[in-house]
Design a binder for this molecule. Sequence first.
Ligand code: G3P
Ligand code: MG
Length: 250
Amino acid sequence: MIREAMPRWIAHRGGGSAAPENTLAAFKAGLKAGFTAFECDVKLSADGVLWLLHDDTLDRTTDARGPAAPWRWENLQLVDAGSWHSAAFKGEPPASLDQVLDFAAQHRVWLNLEIKPNQGQEAQTGEAVARRVAQWLADQPSAPRPLLSSFSHAALQAARAALDALQSDVPLAYLVETYDDGVLEQAAALGAEGLHTDWQQVKPAVVAAVHARGLKLRAYTVNEADQARALLADGLDGLFTDRLDLPSRL
Ligand code: G3P
Ligand code: MG
């Protein structure tokens, strides 16, 4: 059974800026560039399908408009989530979580599934992601374990409860925009394995405090070689990047 830690370099939103975020094309671009770990943003469609989108609306990253929450998966599959990026990706559909899990199983790579709920669906989405991943891991016992994260404490609490009920060993990470000692208490209360935060929050004393609690520290979104070098020298455990060329530039 593979129990190695999540790799240090994580492709942000599947493939960083190389391809349209949160699509299968993005994951393929990340894989081609040599990445073995991928972050993406997961929410629920109106009919209960888990799928990938960062924003609350479809406006920025698709050819559709308006809030994402009312859309059913059968219609979401038909939107163009690629043209906004570049003509080469015209017609690329949004990805479902199941498609991404298939990709992970096929290529034996790590996922960091960021639970990004529609407003008011925090607990429901956290529980749904946890249940789906627990079931997938039961079917794929030797696959690298996905890491679930969220800015939503409620989503992570619901994920924790579902995982405990299923006795499933899926790691959680608490995402915070700003660091203070209180977030360590919250992460520990969730039984999290890590804390994820903005790279500008990371200082040697923060790394030391997080590690002293037995937690990993990962930072988003690191797009400059100098930043990456300094953060890794400070002892950071992982970084999310939009620059697929960055690991080769260190
Ligand atoms: O999960 C790390 C990072 O993706 C969090 O920020 O806004 O890019 O989802 P965001
Ligand atoms: Mg994200």
